[in-house]
Structures are given as structure tokens and as C-alpha cells.
Design a protein around this ligand. Structure first.
Ligand code: HEM
Length: 213
């Protein structure tokens, strides 16, 4: 299946709008006063969507290779930027609505709930990826360096899962974190497998793992 350029534009527009639905829902529920604990709901919802978008972004390459859908690469940058966008909202909720920029209070909270620090590290590592997501930055860095930098996402996703796991471990509720451990392990495991395959057979055609759109 290869969409025409027109269809691809339509798919991109649809993904762009769909990715905003969780935010629209949050705004709607908050303004309608439908949330019992708005702060908790917003923090959790934006955290969830950060993790979902990280996984969806990581699923692009496997989908492309397994289904031979090369065009999905054209969605990767947008999906990655949405992961960053929801992470930013998640972080701002913590910084602004939860602690009103009170650094001492934040540090106290981090001391009490160290899983927050893991989330913070994951967020900080996402910043260079968002900043260098433009074509101009790809050119400036050069393909190889850009690629190496963007491999940071292989650290960000496990850190996001660890953050989630740690939070839920305190509540002895590990069903969802386990699911994400499995998803991220599968998505990263496939890359390890392909890298080994390539090492064992270096003459094989590079099936575009490193291609940038
Ligand atoms: C890539 C970065 C991050 C990811 C993937 C992420 C993901 C998540 C997820 C999935 C949850 C649980 C949501 C649920 O229970 O359904 C969560 C909770 C939470 N996150 Fe993050 N997070 C990230 C970064 C951060 C940062 C930067 C902070 C703050 C400095 C933060 C603070 C929190 C807090 C305080 C909670 C718990 C909310 C509560 O107890 O109700 N996270 N995060």
C-alpha cells in the first residue's frame, strides 16, 4: 500500500488532528468541571499520552520494515514531536499547577517520589531531539551525527517506562507497566535483532533503518 502524495497529505492532516484529541478532551473536561481531581487527571493523562506517542514513534520503523510501508516514515517526525508536546504539558502541569514554580516544594516532592526524577531525565533527553527535528538541523548536524543523537529515544522510552513502573510499584499495581515493558522491549529488541543481522551480513542491502524524512 503506497498512498499518492494527495492521500499522504490527507493522512498527515488526519494524524495531526487526531493527536490533538486527547488535549481537546482534557480542556473540555476541565472547563466543564467534570473532573473530580483535575490535577491528578491531567498529570496522568498527559503522562499516558507521552508514553503512547513514544511507543507509536518507535513502532514506525518496524511497521515500515515488516509491512513494507515506506510512507509511514513521513509521519515519524510529527509523532515524535507529539511525544515531546505531551511530555511538555505533563512537565508544565507538575511545575505550574502542582507546585506553582516553587523549587523547594518540587525538590521535596522528588525526594518523596523519586520516580519523578526518572521522568525528568527522560524529558530532558527529549529536548535535543525536539530541537534538532527540523530539516535544517539534520543538514547542520550531518546525517550520521543526527542519527546518533536521535538514538537517545532508545534511552528515553525505557526511562519513561521505569518512571511509570516505579510510580505504580508503590501502589502494587504493575499490570499496565508490565504491558509497556513488553511493548518497548519488543520495539527495541527488533532493532537489536536487525542490527545483528546487518553485522552478520554487511553486504545485505540497508533496508533504510537510517533514512531520514
Ligand atoms: C518522557 C517523559 C515522561 C513520561 C513518558 C512520563 C510518563 C508518565 C506516566 C505514564 C505516568 C502515569 C500515568 C498514569 O497513572 O496513568 C506519569 C505520572 C507522573 N509523572 Fe511522568 N512522565 C514523563 C516525565 C515526567 C516529568 C518531567 C515529570 C515532572 C518533573 C513527571 C511527573 C510525573 C508525576 C508527578 C506523576 C504522578 C502523577 C500522580 O501521582 O497522579 N513525569 N508519568
Amino acid at each position: 500500500m503506497t498512498p499518492t502524495p494527495k492521500q499522504l497529505t490527507a493522512i498527515k492532516a488526519a494524524v495531526f488532528v487526531l493527536a490533538l484529541v486527547p488535549l481537546a478532551r482534557l480542556v473540555w473536561l476541565t472547563l466543564a468541571g467534570a473532573l473530580v481531581e483535575p490535577l491528578q487527571f491531567i498529570t496522568r493523562s498527559t503522562g499516558d499520552w507521552t508514553l503512547y506517542f513514544l511507543c507509536i514513534t518507535l513502532a514506525v520503523t518496524p511497521l515500515r520494515r515488516l509491512a513494507k510501508w515506506n510512507w509511514v516514515l513521513k509521519l515519524r517526525r510529527m509523532l515524535g514531536l507529539y511525544a515531546f508536546f505531551y511530555a511538555l504539558l505533563h512537565f508544565m502541569t507538575f511545575l505550574w499547577f502542582d507546585h506553582f514554580f516553587d523549587v523547594a516544594e518540587m525538590l521535596k516532592d522528588v525526594a518523596k517520589r523519586p520516580f519523578i526524577l526518572v521522568g525528568f531525565i527522560a524529558f530532558v533527553l527529549l529536548i535535543p531531539l525536539a530541537v534538532t527535528s527540523t530539516n535544517a538541523m539534520v543538514r547542520r548536524l550531518g546525517g550520521k551525527r543526527w542519527l546518533w543523537l536521535h538514538r537517545l529515544v532508545y534511552i528515553v522510552a525505557p526511562l519513561g517506562v521505569l518512571h511509570f513502573w516505579w510510580m505504580k510499584a508503590a501502589k502494587h499495581d504493575l499490570a499496565q507497566p508490565l504491558l509497556f515493558v513488553a511493548i518497548v522491549a519488543l520495539l527495541l529488541g527488533m532493532r537489536v535483532w536487525w542490527a545483528r543481522e546487518k553485522q552478520a551480513n554487511p553486504t545485505a542491502q540497508d533496508r533504510g533503518q537510517t533514512r531520514r524524512v
